[in-house]
Write a protein that binds this ligand. Structure first.
Ligand code: C2O
Ligand code: CU
Length: 530
């Protein structure tokens, strides 16, 4: 660079002679330009700083705030009907938004006069847990164990669970994942109750209206408390089953405690259940981890239920893997071969068969069962073609501030934190929601208090059994259309079940008009549902 310039100068004596005389002019101009640019740069940096500071300041939430005021009300195109103001655009509007007048969530309970059919007491403790394999973790227990006790009820029974927090310092709660409980019983700290402090207690009462496989877990600091052990299985058996159709009916809770290898029902490696060859068994797989997983079996099976809802005429399959998203359940039914069968998920397996059976361990099948066209169609019981509310839940990711913390956070419809949409419905509405994910990662989306049916994926209509979910795996680049009936008034979390993602902003609420909650969120509230 320098040598070539030197060469050019010496090649042009005129220029070389003129240069010293002309130098002050351009140098002065250059200096002025430099000064101007520097000033401009300073101004730009100043403006940027102001913009960033303003964004930072705007992101900081009050020390306490209501879940009803967390998002920007999105009326799903129903403003004209609901507000009576004759305007309903795509723009979020606050008209028809929930106010402080209405039914307090605390009144949305099961019949207080009805005695319980199933009563369970659960004591939550923070303690060191030693897994059967010998690995030790500082975690949490319920009645001294993790997973907590399996709760079984019959459909129609009233379940009452008295929770006492003995030593979980941050406080705790219990949420009934997949059970459409009355809103006050949903166990979400800061939304449906206050976190139960050490020494405190809380009683949950609900009628087990739908038979199926569910699970319960803490919903206070849930990303840490669930991983650390505050969870268990809840099975609702059908009311009419005089004799159980299955010789063996077991749960398989898949769980990874922090820093350990995966467990099945708290055991690392293999769990065994004795079942006679030829008998029919049901394995209720529940993924209590924060990321989606898969399961498969060494024998032909039927996938008979997803997220607690039976599938309609599910066919027998062999050599396929089944997706079980975070929070989701998949019930497998199989007839035990003479040498037993092995139901597997990465790292763990469950053996069913005659004593001493040693069915083969198989690698995960390459091909997946697709619930979109599995089983036979049946009426949905709702007309999703003409919904009362039509929402978009578009998941993205961008840099910004989440309650004052800089980072790259999840967004809903391009907004983060307190600016995400709050989905407003009225009781009885048929709701359609499009969940699209362009965020680069998979998100197991979980709506509390409702089951939604999958209408389509990436524009392909569902053509198999009605596929009802409470936890839906939405991969990067995928778009699902789901529908549900707003038949359970309350304020309901609608969030990603990769629980750290909820901490990172992937959460909002479904809010019923006319329902209010006295509970508060925010750093001074003591409630931290994520
Ligand atoms: Cu399984 Cu909001 O929870
Ligand atoms: Cu997520």
């Amino acid at each position: 660079m320098r040598s070539s310039r030197g060469a050019r100068r010496s090649a042009s004596p005129d220029a070389a002679a003129a240069a010293p005389a002309a130098a002050p002019q351009p140098d002065g101009r250059r200096a002025r330009l430099r000064r101007a640019l520097r000033a401009l740069g300073l101004v730009a940096a100043g403006v940027l700083l102001v913009v960033v500071l303003a964004a930072w300041a705007a992101s900081i939430r009050p020390g306490t705030y209501s879940s009803m005021a967390m998002g920007v009300p999105d009326l799903g195109g129903a403003a004209a009907v609901v507000g009576g103001h004759g305007h309903g655009g795509a723009e979020p509007s606050t008209e028809g938004a929930p106010t402080t007048a209405g039914t307090p969530i605390t009144e949305l309970v099961a019949d207080p006069a009805r005695p319980a059919d199933v009563r369970v007491e659960l004591v939550a403790r923070a303690e060191r847990i030693v897994l059967p394999g010998g690995e030790a973790v500082d975690g949490f227990t319920l009645n001294g164990s993790t997973p907590g006790p399996e709760i079984r009820a019959r459909q129609g029974e009233l379940v009452e669970v008295a929770l006492r927090n003995e030593s979980v310092a941050a406080g705790t709660t219990l949420h009934w994942h997949g059970v459409d409980v009355p809103a006050a019983m949903d166990g979400v700290a800061g939304v449906t109750q206050d976190a139960v402090p050490p020494g405190g207690s809380s009683t949950y009462r609900f009628v087990a209206e739908d038979a199926g496989s569910y699970w319960y877990h803490a919903h206070q600091v849930s990303h840490a408390q669930v991983a650390g052990g505050l969870f268990g299985a809840l099975v609702v058996e059908p009311a009419e089953a005089a004799e159980p159709p299955h010789a063996l009916d077991v749960v398989a809770l898949l769980h990874t405690y922090p820093g350990t290898s995966r467990t099945l029902d708290g055991v690392s490696g293999e769990v065994r259940h004795v079942a006679a060859a030829g008998s029919l068994v049901r394995v209720r797989i529940a993924n209590t981890d924060s990321s989606p997983t898969v399961a498969w079996a060494s024998a032909p099976f039927r996938l008979i239920a997803i997220d607690g809802t039976d599938l309609h005429e599910p066919g027998q399959v062999e050599g396929l893997r089944v997706a079980v998203t975070a929070g989701g359940r998949a019930d497998l039914e199989l007839r035990v071969p003479p040498g037993g069968a092995r139901v597997q998920a990465p790292g763990v397996s469950l053996v069913v068969g005659p004593a001493g059976a040693s069915p083969p361990e198989l690698a995960a099948p390459a091909e997946a069962l697709d619930p979109l066209d599995y089983g036979e169609p049946a009426p949905l019981g709702l007309d999703a073609a003409d919904p009362d509310r039509d929402f978009a839940y578009d998941i993205g990711r961008m840099p910004g501030f989440l309650d004052g913390r800089p980072g790259i956070w999840w967004t809903i419809n391009g907004r983060m934190g307190g600016d995400v949409p709050a989905y407003v419905v009225a009781e009885g509405d048929v709701v359609r929601m499009r969940i699209a994910n362009g965020s680069g990662e998979v998100h197991p989306m979980h709506l509390h208090g409702h089951h939604a049916v999958v209408l389509s994926r990436d524009g392909v209509p569902a053509s198999g059994s009605p596929w009802w979910v409470d936890s839906l795996d939405v991969g990067h680049g995928e778009t699902y259309e789901i529908a549900f009936v707003a038949d359970n008034p309350g304020v309901w979390m609608d969030h990603c079940h990769t629980l750290p993602h909820a901490v990172e902003g992937l959460q909002t609420h479904l809010v019923y008009e006319g329902v209010t909650t006295p509970y508060l969120l925010g750093r001074d509230s003591g409630n931290e549902p994520e």
